[in-house]
Design a binder for this molecule. Structure first.
Ligand code: AMP
Length: 114
């Protein structure tokens, strides 16, 4: 089954892209929870963080390198930011194509609401 993010990557659904290389893309979240809210998405889909294997190590590391580059480009590096990967139901995952949320541009509050 094709994921929403595969359709975005393929150009079938529009998105506000800020980055693309041979392994990952990044675009702005459609419902931003902070002044900067980017999604860093591998082109090769992995459903959830729970499906990650050793074969994905380089790709996941690359996602973090891209996240740091984009944080610098967005001007949020010095103040700081948050990287989030939601997994399955309790993690609040909505799109089953692993992705890294990059959030910043204001103090983000507690890590988890209680
Ligand atoms: P998650 O809950 O971690 O699976 O996050 C999925 C994210 O995708 C949510 O923050 C949504 O706002 C975002 N999203 C859903 N549809 C789109 C879209 N068409 N373009 C950009 N972001 C989207």
């Amino acid at each position: 089954m094709t994921t929403l993010f595969e359709r975005i990557i393929g150009g079938e659904i529009p998105a506000n892209f800020v980055y693309r290389d041979e392994r990952v893309v990044a675009f702005r979240d459609i419902h931003p929870r902070a002044p900067v809210h980017l999604l860093i998405v591998p082109i090769r889909p992995i459903p959830t963080a729970d499906d990650v294997t050793e074969a994905d190590e380089a790709l996941l590391g690359h996602m973090f390198v891209v996240a740091a580059q984009l944080a610098r480009r967005e001007g949020i590096s010095a103040d700081g930011y948050r990287l989030i990967v939601n997994c399955n139901q309790h993690g609040g995952q909505e799109v089953f194509h692993l992705h890294l949320h990059l959030l910043g541009g204001k103090p983000l509050g507690p890590m988890v609401s209680v």
